[in-house]
Design a protein around this ligand. Structure first.
Ligand code: NCD
Length: 318
C-alpha cells in the first residue's frame, strides 16, 4: 500500500489541465492503496466519516455515478445522489440556484456532471465545498483519465514511452481531451484517430499525432483506447452508417494485429458492441482492460475525494 504524504494543493478537481506531474502521480499512488482496501471483505473505513458528499448528475450515468457513490461510502461519508429529473431543475431552477441550495446544506464534496462545458468550474465559484468534475460537456472528465492511467500503469508498469492510440469519436469526447493531457504529462506518446468529421478542428494542437486511417494509427501501439460514438451529442449525421463505421474505424482482432504484440484494449464505457469494438476482443481478459478500468474507477475516485478533503482540512486549520 502506498504511503505517500503528498498534500494536494488544489481546492477542486475541474480537469486534468492545470495538474502538475507530482499531483497526478500522487493521486495514482494514493489510489493504489484504495485498490487494496476495495479487495478486502470489509471495504469501508472511517477516513472521511462525518463528511457529506453530494452527487449532482444532470446527465445520465451508470458507472461514473455509482463509482463515486461507492467511493464516498468506502471512505465513510454520507453520500446523497440528487436525481436531477425529479428535482427543481426540471421546474426551471438554474444551475446556480441549485448549487446555492445545495451549498446551504453544507456538503463537503460536490460531484457534478453536466452537459455544458465549464459547468463544474462555474459551480466551483459559487459554493464553499470542493467540486469534482464528473464530466462537463465535451470538455473534461478528469477521473476517467486518472482511472485509465492507473489501469495502464498497473498493467504495463509505467506510462513513460508508451505509444497509445485513442480512436473514434474524439470530437464529442471529454474522455479523449482529459486523456491526451494526462498521458502526455505522464510521458506517453499519444495518437488520435477517427474520421475527419469526428475529429475536432484543433486536434493537431492537442499534443497528439492525428490519423484518419486506423491501421496506420495502430502501428506499434501498446494500448488502443476505443471511444463510443456519442450520437446524443451529434446534431447531424457524422457517419454514413454504423456498419460502414465499423469497417473503417471499428476494432476487431484482425485490426488489433496492427498494434504491438501484446497490445491492450481499453474503453471507458458504455460500449456500442459491433459499432466501435468487437465483443470478441472487448471480452477477452488477456487483452481487454475494460473490467480493470471499472475497478480502478472506484479506487481513483476514493483517492480524489480523500485528497480534496485533506486539502480542505489543511486549509481550514492553517
Ligand atoms: C464517458 C462519458 O460520460 O464521458 N463515459 C463514462 O464516464 N464512463 C464516455 C461516454 O459516454 O462514451
Amino acid at each position: 500500500m502506498s504511503t505517500t504524504s503528498y498534500v494536494f494543493a488544489k481546492p477542486h478537481l475541474l480537469g486534468i489541465a492545470g495538474l502538475n506531474f507530482p499531483e497526478a502521480v500522487s493521486l495514482l499512488d494514493r489510489a493504489e492503496g484504495y485498490v487494496e482496501q476495495s479487495r478486502q471483505t470489509d471495504k469501508t473505513s472511517n477516513k472521511l466519516h462525518g463528511l457529506t458528499q453530494i452527487n449532482l448528475f444532470f446527465e445520465p450515468s451508470t458507472r461514473t455515478q455509482s463509482s463515486f457513490e461507492i467511493a464516498g461510502k468506502r471512505l465513510g461519508m454520507d453520500v446523497v445522489n440528487m436525481a436531477v429529473q425529479s428535482s427543481s431543475v426540471s421546474k426551471g431552477e438554474t444551475l446556480i440556484d441549485t448549487a446555492m441550495t445545495l451549498n446551504a446544506m453544507r456538503p463537503d464534496l460536490l460531484v457534478v456532471r453536466h452537459g455544458a462545458s465549464g459547468a463544474a468550474e462555474l459551480l466551483s465559484q459559487k459554493v464553499d465545498c470542493a467540486v469534482i468534475n464528473a464530466g462537463d460537456g465535451q470538455h473534461e472528465h478528469p477521473t476517467q483519465a486518472l482511472l485509465d492511467a492507473l489501469s495502464i500503469r498497473r498493467a504495463l508498469g509505467s506510462l513513460a514511452g508508451l505509444r497509445i492510440a485513442i480512436c473514434g469519436d474524439i470530437a464529442h469526447s471529454r474522455v479523449a481531451r482529459s486523456n491526451v493531457i494526462l498521458l502526455n504529462l505522464l510521458g506517453a506518446e499519444v495518437r488520435l484517430c477517427g474520421p475527419p468529421t469526428l475529429l475536432p478542428s484543433d486536434a493537431d494542437r492537442w499534443g497528439a499525432e492525428v490519423f484518419h486511417n486506423m491501421d496506420d494509427a495502430l502501428n506499434a501501439c501498446d494500448v488502443v483506447m476505443m471511444l463510443r460514438l456519442q450520437t446524443e451529442r451529434m446534431n447531424s449525421a457524422f457517419i454514413p452508417s454504423s456498419r460502414e463505421y465499423f469497417r473503417f474505424y471499428g476494432l476487431d482482432r484482425t485490426r488489433l494485429g496492427k498494434a504491438a504484440k501484446g497490445a491492450l484494449v481499453m474503453h471507458p464505457g458504455p460500449m456500442n458492441r459491433g459499432v466501435e469494438i468487437d465483443s470478441d476482443i472487448a471480452d477477452d481478459p488477456k487483452i481487454s482492460l475494460i473490467t480493470a478500468q471499472v475497478e480502478m474507477g472506484v479506487a481513483v475516485r476514493m483517492a480524489v475525494l480523500d485528497m480534496l478533503a485533506e486539502a480542505k482540512n489543511k486549509d481550514t486549520h492553517e
